[in-house]
Write a protein that binds this ligand. Structure first.
Ligand SMILES: C[S@@+](CC[C@H](N)C(=O)[O-])C[C@H]1O[C@@H](n2cnc3c(N)ncnc32)[C@H](O)[C@@H]1O
Length: 206
């Protein structure tokens, strides 16, 4: 089974209990998303999951929300209802044939610690997001992980498809995003807690 198929299966099984767990152990103030993306009219969300961010999309924006798991998306669709114009795409974010410069805002919460290929997805994000646009990323991250963090992260990924020790900051910079703001949200998690941040990135194509 490829890792995409394994992640899909994992979230198919998680779809029933996911929301309760996130609200309890990985909660953060999602209301700030509205203000941070207020100037964006055409937003993409990577890994929409059950749609916990949907109530906080700026009301005038058109949103394209992508997720691998049909079961998670079913729940997200219910949240969107008819009030918010959300286009849902089911599949790998980097396999959607979206045109270059389509979006002027992006959102990914607890996505980059989960995807099997964060570098490929950041390349995709860079392409489909217009120059100067904002991307809001919330996730666990570890700047310059040491060897034991690297090892534990790899093991956690094999079992739970989640690695809280990825050096996301370095990846953002490598792919040419500017980090305009980095907010520490605390150590979040269930039995194991991990440093969690909100990053406000600016896409710099030139
Ligand atoms: C931890 S959940 C986060 C859900 C939501 N953003 C939140 O904040 O609660 C990660 C989501 O990313 C999706 N996912 C993982 N890899 C993906 C990929 N390559 N393409 C699209 N979705 C993916 C999973 O199916 C899952 O729904």
């Amino acid at each position: 089974m490829t890792s995409l198929e394994s992640i899909k299966k994992f979230y198919k099984n998680q779809s029933v209990s996911y929301e309760d767990k996130v609200k309890r152990y990985w909660n953060f103030d999602r209301t700030q998303i509205t203000d941070l993306l207020k100037d964006s009219k055409n937003i993409v969300e990577f890994g929409v999951g059950t749609g916990l961010n949907i109530p906080f999309y700026p009301s005038s924006a058109h949103v394209t929300a992508i997720d691998l798991s049909e079961e998670m998306v079913v729940k997200a669709r219910l949240k969107a209802g008819v009030a918010q114009p959300v286009r849902f795409l089911v599949g790998d974010v980097s396999d959607q044939n979206i045109s270059v410069d389509t979006f002027d805002g992006a959102l990914a919460t607890y996505y980059f610690s989960v995807t099997s290929n964060p570098n490929k997805d950041l390349e995709t994000l860079k392409e489909i997001l217009q120059n100067g646009s904002t991307a809001i990323i919330v996730d666990h991250a570890q700047h310059s992980p040491n060897f034991s963090q690297w090892l534990i992260g790899s093991l956690l990924y094999r079992i739970f498809y989640f690695n809280p020790y990825r050096d996301l900051e370095r990846m953002f910079l490598y792919h040419g995003f500017r980090i305009n703001k980095k907010v520490y949200l605390g150590r979040l998690g269930r039995k194991l807690q991990h440093d969690t941040y909100l990053f406000v990135l600016e896409n710099q194509k030139i």
